[in-house]
Design a protein around this ligand. Structure first.
Ligand SMILES: [Zn+2]
Length: 270
């Protein structure tokens, strides 16, 4: 990824995605917003206890930098599951200015409609963005350990292929900052679930679990992409650990749970 300030707001971008002029995308940081501690400062989540007026100002600040209106953002009430929602034009702007309208019960969204800025919110979970560059279809996923083990990423590629007739070769993927295998210590119950979900395949388990206690969410999601036929060269992984970089990105674990959320989004330009 590369960092670039747009209208003096620091944002991060996937190199792969910058080649496609028909889209806009971003990963935001915690820098440049209006929220007070512990949400300082560019908290984009309405659901975490921050003052909603500050969150709205933060989203407006981001929208201004991206050159869009805040009502273009479309966000979900994320529940750490594997549901994929196709975003039709009547859902444009859901969750943009308040949590109560957010798209219910989903952690993955896909659309082929220009002008809808799909956005997921996280603080340690993995934000993943998708583009079928041939058919012009975009997607976003929020994948923590639960969503990852429920195969939300695999399901999302499946919807691209089943509902939009995408070819897996045409899908490019960006995996943004999240808690990394350097810091993500999990208990034996989760380790056992990983083994079960990945059918005890040694080559997978070795990629996902280190020293029997560190979980690698990046590899766990990359394996799902590759199992669906997405070529490795299409997958860009930021390899930025939010726990290690919690002064730049919100990290739920390192900041004691009460903190803000940064965003990851993608839009097909109109
Ligand atoms: Zn780390």
């Amino acid at each position: 990824m590369i960092e670039k300030s747009i209208s003096s707001l620091p944002l991060w971008f996937f190199r792969h995605f910058l080649e496609y002029k028909e889209i806009s995308h971003f990963i935001s940081t915690r820098i440049g917003g209006y929220s007070n501690p512990p949400y300082d400062s560019l908290n984009l989540g309405f659901h975490v206890g921050d003052n909603p007026a500050s969150v709205l100002k933060n989203r407006e600040r981001l929208a201004m930098s991206l050159g869009i209106s805040v009502e273009s953002f479309t966000t979900a009430a994320q529940i750490h599951d594997c549901n994929v929602r196709i975003i039709t034009s009547d859902l444009k702007g859901k969750g943009a200015t308040g949590y109560n309208t957010a798209v219910k019960d989903t952690d993955a969204m896909i659309t082929d409609i220009p002008g809808i800025y799909l956005m997921v919110l996280q603080a340690d979970c993995v934000p993943i963005i998708f583009l079928d560059f041939r058919k012009k279809i975009i997607g976003v996923v929020h994948a923590g350990w639960k969503g990852t083990l429920r195969m939300v990423t695999k399901n999302t590629v499946n919807v691209f292929m089943e509902k939009f007739s995408s070819s897996s070769d045409d899908i490019i993927v960006g995996m943004g900052p999240s808690i990394g295998p350097c810091c993500y210590i999990v208990g034996s119950e989760i380790i056992n679930q990983v083994k079960k979900v990945f059918n005890n395949k040694r080559e997978y388990i070795n990629e996902i679990i280190k020293n029997d206690k560190y979980l690698d969410l990046w590899n766990a999601n990359k394996i799902q992409l590759m199992e669906m036929g997405v070529p490795e060269k299409n997958i860009e992984i930021a390899r930025i650990c939010t726990f290690c970089t919690h002064t730049t990105f919100f990290s739920y674990r390192s900041l004691g749970g009460e903190t803000g959320r940064f965003g990851a989004g993608i839009l097909l330009k109109e």
